[in-house]
Structure formats: C-alpha cells, structure tokens
Write a protein that binds this ligand. Structure first.
Ligand code: MG
Length: 338
C-alpha cells in the first residue's frame, strides 16, 4: 500500500472560543492510501492538548508507511503494528479512516454497511462557543431553527457560567447540554450542576480536569449525567470512566479511528454508560468517518465541518438535524470540484 499526506488549512466562518483557547483556522492533514487500484482518504486533526502537532503527526505518517503491509483488510494487524509507535492518535485515526474508505471502495459498499451499522445516527448538536451570556443567547437563538440540540461551551472562570445557560434557556426551548472543557473545580461543579439541572440542561461534559480526584464524588452527587471527554481516549480508559461519569464522549481523533471507537462504544454499553460522539474542527472528510460510528451513540456532536467558511469535501449531508453519510462506497465523500 502507498501512503501519502499533505497539510491543509481550513478557515472557520467565525472564531471559536472554548475555555482554553480561541481558534479562527485549523491545520489538518489529509492522508491518502492506495492499493489495488483504489484510493482511500482520511483526515487528521492533531491536538495540542494531547501533545500532538502537525509536524509530529506527519513524522508519524512517514514512519507508518513501512508498517502498513499489503492487505488493507488486515485492520487488526495494521493497528497492532501502528501501536508500536506511541501517541499520535489523530494521525492514527486518519490512517484508519483511509483504510476503511479503501476497504469500502474495494468491497463496493459504504463503510456503515461494511460495519453492519444503521445509516443514520441521532441528530447532531450545534456548538455555541464561549462568550458573554447575551452573546451566547443570541447565537443560540440564531442556530436553534436549524439544530435539534445545542451544546454550550462553559468554563469562563468569571462566575457567569450559570448565567450563560440561563440567558440561552430564555432564548430557546431546544434541548441543551454543556461542555466545561475541564475548567471547574469540584466545589464549582457541586454548586453549578444542580442549578443547571433546574434550567433543564440534559448533561454536563467534562466539568473537572482529566484525572481530577473529585470525579467519583461528583458522579455520585450530581443530579445530571456527567459525560467525560478529556478523561476518555481509548478502550483502556472506559472502565475507569464508569467510576467518575455516567457516559463517555468518543472522538475518532482520540481513539485512533473507527475500529477502536466501535470497541469503546460496546465496552461503554457493557458498563452501563451512555455514549456520545464528538468531533474536532474537521472537514466533511473527517465528519464522514464519524458518521459511520454515530448510529451506536445516544448523543452526537458532529458539527465540525458546519463551522467552516468552506468545506472542501462533499458527501455528508445535513438533513433534518442529522449528519447523514452518503450511500456511495467507502466514506462516500468527493472533493469539492473533483
Ligand atoms: Mg468536549
């Protein structure tokens, strides 16, 4: 198999602010794998939070070339060989997606059929990035007609997080969830979560820093389900998350791809956990990979490509609030203008 990769920069329609950073563009890596006359595509969104960079991901991909072997369907063996290089989960997920795209094309079926999954998952939420309460309320009201659910980014560290939710609640009846991105202490969480419950919030994502020792106490005291994201990367994390959360947020960028995310979803079910699927700022190529796993999940937050000024890939369609994967073979995406 032949692997190549290239950097692409995508611009957001408007800057995106969360507790730890503000972003107006993102650099992604497009991965191409060729075998038996077919071409598969995948995309990496390296995460500084997890010590990844565009450079480190590209260095991994250069090393990965020699580890692929000749059979794109030998996914377990390829993953075992790639796991000999630590980290670089975003780049691993791009290889995994490109291999699934390739396998689907060679088999003549969409990836979701190859996996035996339903085509459609739940409706996606729209992410309302962190801002002042009034500003978040006006952006939420603007998005509400098009999205079935809204996910509010909190963690302002200014004592206004509950006010943010109250302002949004007054502006729309849409189901709300919040994501604190690790920015509350246990005391803040114990104080805020019951107030969010009164405002009808459905669940709270990653209120505490990953690994915070207050996780179990918050889980036991919380009137709302707690979902973890930064705490849960791969299959080996899922059991420990059951002690500190009611659900896990899977992302292909963290798991290293579709194959591990499917295993995580089943492990989470065995432990009685809820399952959510998230994404990063990605194009329609990255989101297409996420769509293949979405039917296994209770909640889906796959709005990454919808935040872009221009999406270079078409195939995933936003229909009735659902990010619907194509019925074409593989991941079913085609380059815009291609
Ligand atoms: Mg999150």
């Amino acid at each position: 198999m032949q692997l190549s990769h290239r950097e692409i920069t995508v611009r957001l329609a408007s800057p995106f602010r969360i507790s730890r950073s503000t972003t107006s563009e993102a650099t992604l890596i497009e991965v191409t794998i060729e075998a038996a006359g077919a071409v598969g595509y995948g995309e990496a969104a390296p995460q500084a939070r997890y010590d990844e960079s565009v450079e480190s991901a590209q260095a991994f991909l250069d090393e990965a070339r020699a580890l692929l072997g000749g059979d794109p369907f030998a996914l377990d063996g390829i993953a075992r060989r790639l796991a000999s290089i630590p980290g670089e989960m975003a780049a691993k997920s791009a290889v995994d997606a490109a291999l699934y795209d390739l396998c689907g094309k060679l088999a003549g079926v969409p990836v979701w059929r190859l996996l035996g999954h339903d085509r459609l998952g739940p409706q996606t939420s729209w992410t309302v990035w962190l801002g002042d309460p009034d500003d978040m309320a006006s952006r939420a009201a603007e998005a509400a007609p098009n999205f079935a659910r809204l996910k509010l980014k909190l963690g302002g560290r200014d004592g206004l997080d509950v006010d943010r939710v109250r302002a949004v609640r007054a502006a729309t009846d849409r189901p709300l969830m919040v994501d604190v991105n690790e920015y509350w202490t246990l005391d803040e969480a114990l104080d805020s979560v019951p107030r969010l419950a009164e405002l009808g919030v459905e669940y709270v994502e990653q209120p505490l820093p990953a690994g915070d020792e207050g996780g179990a106490a918050l889980r036991d005291a919380s009137p709302l389900p707690i979902y973890v994201d930064e705490d849960c990367h791969t299959l080996k994390d899922v059991a420990a998350c059951a002690a500190r959360a009611h659900g896990v947020n899977l992302k292909l960028t963290k798991s290293g791809g579709i194959r591990e995310a499917v295993r995580m979803a089943h492990a989470a079910r065995a432990l009685g956990l809820g399952v959510m699927l998230g994404c990063m700022i990605e194009t329609g190529l990255g989101i297409a990979a996420g769509c293949q796993v979405a039917p296994l999940c209770d909640y889906v937050d796959l709005d990454g490509n919808l935040l872009l000024a221009e999406d270079p890939w078409r195939g995933v369609e936003f229909v009735d609030g659902v990010q619907r994967p194509s019925e074409l073979v593989g991941l079913g995406v085609v380059r815009e203008g291609g």
